[in-house]
Design a protein around this ligand. Sequence first.
Ligand code: FAD
Length: 311
Amino acid sequence: MATLILAEHDDAHLNEATAKTLTAALALGQPVDVLVAGQNAKAVADAAAQLAGVRSVLLADGESLANRRAEPLADLIVSLAGKYDAIVVPGTSTGKNVAPRVAALLDVMQISEITKVVSPDTFERPIYAGNAIETVQSSDKTRVITVRIAAFPAAAAGGNAPVETVGAPSDTGLSSFVGADLSVSDRPELASAKVIVSGGRALGSAEKFQEVIAPLADQLKAAIGASRAAVDAGYAPNDWQVGQTGKVVAPDLYIAVGISGAIQHLAGMKDAKVIVAINKDGDAPIFQVADYGLVDDLFTVVPALTKALAN
Ligand code: FAD
């Protein structure tokens, strides 16, 4: 049998989450096909074909697949599922939207947010906000798996897989696309950024958050993150939240500025390779996970650090 993965994309570009999902899928030890479902997404299929280790790319192109609504996407995956014993999707908004529907239609359990493939039927996944790792073994005929993308490196380029066309499903009318209100930014995407500067409640206002955090992020070409307290207070937008109920990130460098290090925040960033904490309280829990700590007033040291980096 074989493994089918769902590509993450916006019809124009293949998202790096696909290459990370591919790494997880290849660990199952079977041939891997990539499903690119969208509208006018040929360029995405061609990009997916270049990922090393892909056996073939299935391109389903049609109006019903525009905007990646879960209902037609799940119908498509289920129509292909007979040829696969594992369906692996990235743990992104799209993946988390469609995978439960696929699992329900196939009458199997979903194996959520895997961080390690132990064997083709056994996986590790974090539970209790990352405080425990659960090992899950599945005896289902078809395994429907979502992948915590921060836990896997991206598969390399270097493949040359054939692109095959498969029919797009007809729209059952169960849902319709109303609109998307997306924030546009020149900064790297938070979920895949190599460097993240994150701010907490200590920033005190949206203006100070921008004034202190943004210039440091600019110097480091970093994405900006935030604690939930900063988001709830309106200092930073929702999609910047890092943590249990925000994004899970694993950058090379994570700089936590004025963040105490509550377990719900750590659940989203403790796998960063290098963690730097700036906090005026030397007993703040963030220092327990930090590789480098600076006990000082952020309003003094962050502008000084930004200035030093600029020179
Ligand atoms: P605080 O805990 O108030 O910490 C502020 C820190 O700034 C303090 O350590 C203080 O010493 C320091 N400080 C103050 N002034 C300065 C200064 N001038 N210079 C330097 N340091 C200074 N939180 C998340 O972040 N992400 C989540 O996804 C998330 N999910 C949650 C889910 C649930 C179910 C629950 C119950 C909570 C969740 N939380 C989450 C909230 C979490 O518990 C904390 O409340 C939150 O992370 C605290 O944010 P903070 O560190 O910015 O604020």
